[in-house]
Design a protein around this ligand. Structure first.
Ligand code: FMN
Length: 310
């Protein structure tokens, strides 16, 4: 067993967190990741409801033997923090508050007994979340699927590990035992894994998303804000989202079109146009596989690699 701060603190068999992924990670996915020995997080999208959190938490706990993690988008709580109240009400093991300054929310989140962490994309972000009092940080590289920053996982991870005494988890591009072994050897407490789980049958979202991911190569992603503009998602400008390229990104990415034009051209149900957020690990996802198998294989392969002597 790989023994890290993450496995010790949460009683995990593998140092893997199933990333919170809005629209894709509900109770089934989170629960299966936990059942396989990691910790799966629910991904509460901006349009999620307190009722969704309650229902999906029950599913995740049932499958995962009682453990629970919930991921929220910090900036979306500034106007209305009902989703945070709902998450706190579940008394989860972990609450992730990512993308924005979590200071107004950390004391309440910690008071329910959860470990509280934030994904960060720069050294400046590290200083902000340290001041807010988080228990751990997640160094999220630009390779990651979904919304992320602009620095690659490896340079960012090295910078963050040098700059803090907090436990650091690595996110972005980890999809095999080699990736997990690499970040643990560097000093990370574990891997925060999204894209590798996205072709699993336990994900929510449209069927075409799984198929498109299986067919995609690692070069087939783009970092863009056009899907946020098309759907009027008020993401702060500094965070773009990494998605698979499609006919829509080829037509509109980098064209400077306004929200109304982008919205008029957008149809989420059209398989050639609808967004499929995924990271540069896309080329490592080559079949539809149960999430538990993915987690167990990454964990076992990483352990074997880390035991190798040179
Ligand atoms: C489809 C998708 C949706 C995501 N939604 C969220 C989210 O709601 N909240 C969040 O904190 N991170 C979100 N992320 C980012 C992940 O938490 C994580 O950083 C990322 O998946 C890790 O990189 P990887 O995809 O290369 O494994 C999302 C990622 C993806 C792929």
């Amino acid at each position: 067993m790989i023994d890290t701060w993450l496995t010790r603190e949460l009683g995990l068999e593998v140092p893997i967190v199933g990333a919170p992924m809005g629209g894709r990670a509900g109770g089934r996915l989170a629960g299966e990741v936990t059942r396989a020995g990691g910790l799966g997080l629910l991904g509460a999208a901006r349009y999620a409801t307190p009722e969704w959190i309650a229902a999906e938490s029950a599913v995740a706990r049932e499958l995962g033997g009682g453990k629970l993690g919930v991921g929220l988008m910090t900036w979306s709580l500034y106007d209305d923090d009902a989703l945070l109240d709902a998450a706190i009400g579940e008394e989860p093991d972990v609450i992730s508050l990512s993308f924005g300054d979590p200071a107004p929310f950390v004391p309440r989140a910690k008071a329910c007994g959860a470990l509280v962490g934030s994904q960060i994309n720069t050294i400046e972000d590290l200083r902000v979340v340290e001041a807010a009092g988080v228990d751990f940080v997640v160094a999220q590289g630009t390779e990651a699927g979904g919304h992320t920053g602009r620095i690659g996982t490896l340079p960012l991870l090295q910078q963050i590990l040098e700059a803090t005494d907090l436990p650091v988890i690595a996110a972005g591009g980890i999809a095999t035992g080699r990736g997990l072994a690499a970040v643990i050897a560097a000093g990370a407490a574990g891997g925060w894994i999204g894209t590798a789980l996205l072709a699993s049958p336990e994900t929510t979202g449209p069927d075409f998303a799984r198929q498109r991911l299986v067919e995609a190569d690692s070069a087939d992603t783009v970092y863009t804000s056009i899907f946020d503009q098309a759907r009027d998602q008020p993401w702060p400008q500094r965070w773009g989202g990494r998605a698979l390229v499609n006919a829509y990104t080829e037509r509109w990415h980098g064209q400077g079109a306004d929200n109304a034009t982008l919205a008029a051209a957008y149809d989420p149900a059209d398989t050639t146009v609808g967004v499929v957020y995924a990271g540069e690990a896309a080329g490592l996802v080559t079949s539809v596989r149960p999430a538990g198998d993915v987690v167990r294989e990454i964990g076992a392969d990483a352990e074997r690699l880390l035991r190798r002597t040179y």
